[in-house]
Design a protein around this ligand. Sequence first.
Ligand code: MG
Length: 158
Amino acid sequence: MEKAVNRQMNEELFSEYLYLSMSAYFESQNLKGFAHWMRKQADEEREHAMKFYNYLFDRDGAAVLDALKKPQAKWSSPLAAFEAAYKHEQYITDCINKLHDLAMADNDKATMALLKWFIDEQVEEEATAKEIVDKLKMIGKSTNGLMMLDQALAKRGE
Ligand code: MG
């Protein structure tokens, strides 16, 4: 179980890395609002990783940091980047569900309780990413639409 929780902590750290890379891509495109949104998303992923990190020590285990793979650095469009983010969140949901299965098989109630928070969070994460994917599809090739969405995403507080 400890090993599996560590694996998930490292997945969350990779998520932070991936979204920071997406933020850098948006900066390079001068889409400051998108870049801001992704930076906040990266911060949130660090918080997710730290939840597992703290939990491991609370349970008298240890957090072990792994090497992070190199994230993709460029996407063909804002839509392609957000489609990749959505796909990544679906992958993370799958990881969390599998981890919950493992905790259940182990009758590890504390880990199940922690994962309940993550299961709810993933519903939110997928819905948010999907909403932006859908908006980008509606926008299509409209520069005005893209600018408006950039302004909206700049307002993300946390
Ligand atoms: Mg996460």
